[in-house]
Design a protein around this ligand. Structure first.
Ligand code: HEC
Ligand code: HEC
Ligand code: HEC
Length: 87
């Protein structure tokens, strides 16, 4: 059955701060598919052994992923110039 709230599955276990990354994007639409931005827009989909810390979802500020990989997530929707201005 399709999830009513696409973030619902993640939020059973995670409670990210409302003011965090998700907060800024909570009301934004994904320009690529014109759907609301969800957890998976940035983190991707978890694998079966997600809870054991396998390399699946994007972890920011984690050496498991290179800076280029981390930035690549943002660059799929933003230009470097836009982000420089915002920060
Ligand atoms: C059944 C519980 C559960 C669900 C559902 C779940 N997670 Fe997790 N998640 C965990 C646990 C436990 C960890 C810690 C694993 C570890 O790193 O050892 C984790 C780790 C993570 C991390 C890394 C956190 C960090 O501090 O590095 C991210 C990001 C994440 N999950 C995102 C998601 C997203 C996005 C979804 C939904 C698509 C999701 N999770 C669904 C339990 C869950
Ligand atoms: C716009 C991109 C973006 C979206 C959307 C997003 N995240 Fe994140 N997430 C990040 C970034 C960047 C970090 C690391 C910096 C930080 O903590 O703000 C992070 C950190 C995390 C962490 C580890 C730190 C912590 O707070 O424990 C978890 C878990 C997580 N996100 C889960 C989620 C879940 C669940 C959702 C959906 C409700 C979500 N994220 C939506 C970008 C995003
Ligand atoms: C799925 C597409 C998507 C992804 C991935 C994404 N964003 Fe966004 N982001 C948006 C949209 C859409 C907005 C709202 C656009 C606007 O208001 O101009 C936004 C807004 C923002 C804002 C607020 C801009 C402002 O002027 O206040 C910041 C900062 C930001 N994003 C940073 C990031 C960072 C950092 C990442 C990577 C961790 C990221 N975004 C990933 C689509 C995305």
């Amino acid at each position: 059955m399709p999830q009513r709230n696409p973030d619902g599955a993640c939020l059973q276990c995670h409670k990210p701060e409302e003011e965090g990354m998700k907060g800024k994007h909570a009301k934004a639409m994904n320009p690529q598919n014109r759907q609301p931005i969800t957890c998976t827009s940035c983190h991707g989909k978890p694998l079966l052994h997600h809870r054991e810390g396998v390399k699946d979802v994007m972890r920011f500020n984690d050496p498991m992923y290179t800076v280029e990989q981390q930035n690549g997530v943002c660059m799929s929707c933003h230009t470097p110039k836009q982000l420089q201005k915002a920060f």
